[in-house]
Write a protein that binds this ligand. Structure first.
Ligand code: C5P
Length: 223
């Protein structure tokens, strides 16, 4: 049987903690990749650590959002990390996405739609009058036009995204306990895979507390 795929969000500035996360999440039941976000990427030794990682699926969650020239330059600047995946905000615009895709080469470029920490109310607050689902659909179409390799959305929108985007779908905002933290659009791992997510992104529900126990609970939940 095919293994379920999970990116573990390695959100810490501590190399010690990151090493512990990697060590304690290695297992034979799941296919694991490691996602490094703004916290670790901007920490003093984060970048160097990633540059030395061997035989791991790596995901640089840079969430680039800028003018086309800067997006391209930033992607070129991290080429030496040989990342498997890297993120850009789709709201950078079509021109930026197309240029970024050209620059990313072997690294799969992931388009990020509306953050899973936002809901319809939060969108209104920042001046968007359309609903989350409408914007996510529109952005997924744009990702498709720019020939991106993957899209990030909440697991609640996978059905919609699938209609217009035919490559990998990656979903954060996954919860299998009652702690929502700052996430708004959440689903359980089971529901997310059922909806058709290719990869889940899970951070705190695994990395906070006892990592091995958390992972065991996740595997139990999935079986
Ligand atoms: O701890 P938690 O499971 O909420 O972590 C989710 C991870 O996914 C975080 O690293 C966050 O930056 C990232 N992410 C997200 N929503 C997006 C894109 C990325 O939560 N739309």
């Amino acid at each position: 049987m095919k293994k379920n795929k999970i990116f573990i969000a390695c959100d810490s500035t501590s190399i010690f903690k990151i090493k512990k996360i990697i060590r304690e999440t290695e297992n034979s039941k799941l296919k694991i990749g490691y996602k490094f976000g703004l916290e670790f990427l901007n920490s003093k030794y984060g970048r160097k650590f990633i540059s030395k990682l061997k035989n791991k699926i790596t995901f640089g969650d840079y969430k680039i959002s800028d003018i086309p020239n800067t997006c391209v330059s930033a992607i070129k600047a991290v080429k030496d990390l040989n990342l498997n995946y890297l993120t850009i905000h789709i709201n950078s615009g079509l021109e930026a996405l197309k240029s970024a895709k050209k620059a990313s080469g072997k690294t799969k470029l992931i388009g990020v739609t509306v953050l899973t920490s936002l809901d319809n109310k939060s969108l209104k607050e920042i001046g968007f009058n359309k609903k989350v689902k409408t914007i996510v659909l529109q952005q997924a179409k744009l990702a498709s036009r720019a020939k991106l390799d993957a899209v990030v959305c909440s697991a609640q929108e996978v059905n919609i995204v699938k209609k217009v985007f035919k490559k990998e779908i990656i979903t954060p905002g996954i919860r299998f306990n009652s702690k929502m933290n700052d996430q708004k659009r959440v689903l359980t791992p089971k529901q997310a895979y059922k909806n058709g997510s290719d990869w889940l992104v899970i951070g705190r529900p695994i990395t906070k507390g006892n990592i091995r126990n958390n992972l065991k609970n996740l595997i139990d939940h999935l079986s």
